[in-house]
Design a protein around this ligand. Sequence first.
Ligand code: UDP
Length: 238
Amino acid sequence: MNQPTSYKRVMLKVSGEALMGNRDYGLESATVRRIAEDVKGAVALGAEVCLVIGGGNIFRGIAGAAAGMDRAQADYMGMLATVMNALAMQSALEKQGLPTRVLSAIPMQSLCEPYIRRRAMRHMEKGRVVIFAAGTGNPFFTTDTAAALRAAEMECDALFKGTQVDGVYSADPRKNPKAERYVTLTYLDMLARDLLVMDAAAISLCRENKLPIIVFNIHEPGAFTAVMKGEGKFTTVV
Ligand code: UDP
């Protein structure tokens, strides 16, 4: 039988910046729609898909702290930004006809469900796309770490990290034309070479849980669906 994808359940991490499209701030609806279409393509392959969306297009705690705010307070604002993005993505996914639930690490009962692991699992088993909002619910963490944490909790087969370029490079390929793209890497390579694709806490969590990280270009239309089929360019970290 022709197997469209070997993945049964996957986590997709999308940074807030990826939702900005050509704008300097906030959301570009055409970009959110394109990513939602890509998620639909992946779901059509028969996989269960969950998402963590960052908040950097709206607010980052570290920027608030640099401007003189209390860091923890600023991080809570960052987490609220991820909830806004999650609601925008939910709307876009529903427009694609995908049943979707937002589960927030910080309870906001008028907007979405609280994060309860068993409930999240059940939603996924029923074929709903689950979006985990508000990161880990704790300041001083990132949404990369939230994605690794929820992927481990949901027993995902892999964490797909959509970035600005088609994999992990030895240097920024947009600045250095000689930068080399890695096809595969180990978690320890990523940590030792300080390859800044994900923060160290997220990489360590994936390593401890033997969760492969697949890095690909989220700006390429249909890239997530293609990479789920093993097509296109990407870097696998194992
Ligand atoms: N954040 C947090 N705890 C978490 C996840 C996120 O405090 O578990 C805050 C933090 O301030 C961060 C902001 O939310 O800067 C937005 O998340 P992130 O920077 O990871 O978003 P991305 O870079 O993926 O857009």
